[in-house]
Write a protein that binds this ligand. Structure first.
Ligand SMILES: [Zn+2]
Length: 140
């Protein structure tokens, strides 16, 4: 648990909270916001979007990452994830995989409704992740 967060982290969390307010979680009402920061300092934020065909819904974390990648970004530093849950909102398994593979071992900041902030390296959330190295292992 990080007690003294840096200004840039609190700004990233604020961006995630701002995105969460626009959440399209009309079925679950579980609003999530995410903001990912590049190594150059640019921030891309997003919110979760649900479909009436539930399986087609998409998490805020992946939308934020894909928005950044679409804009040409490839080097990332950290992501902030916020929700309305009492507990810290950790990324789902699919987001852990995609974030690790495309953003690397970034810092993950999660908040809870008490305003507490928890920081973890992504590798601690998805140990021994499947990556392109695994996929290409054995190939020349
Ligand atoms: Zn997810």
């Amino acid at each position: 648990m990080s007690k003294a967060i840096t200004q840039s982290v609190s700004e990233l969390i604020a961006s995630a909270n701002e995105a969460k307010e626009k959440s399209e979680a009309k079925f679950s009402h579980f609003r999530v916001g995410a903001a990912i920061k590049t190594e150059a300092g640019d921030v891309y934020s997003a919110f979760n979007i649900e479909s009436s065909s539930y399986g087609l819904s998409m998490c805020a974390e992946r939308i934020a990452l894909w928005t950044a990648i679409t804009a040409g970004e490839s080097k990332f530093k950290r992501i902030a994830i916020v929700s309305d849950a009492k507990d810290f909102c950790t990324p789902c398994g699919a987001c852990r995989q995609v974030l690790y593979e495309l953003a690397g071992d970034i810092e993950v900041y999660m908040t809870n409704m008490k305003g507490e902030v928890k920081k973890q390296k992504l590798s601690s959330l998805i140990p021994e992740a499947f990556t392109s190295k695994t996929l290409l292992n054995g190939r020349d």
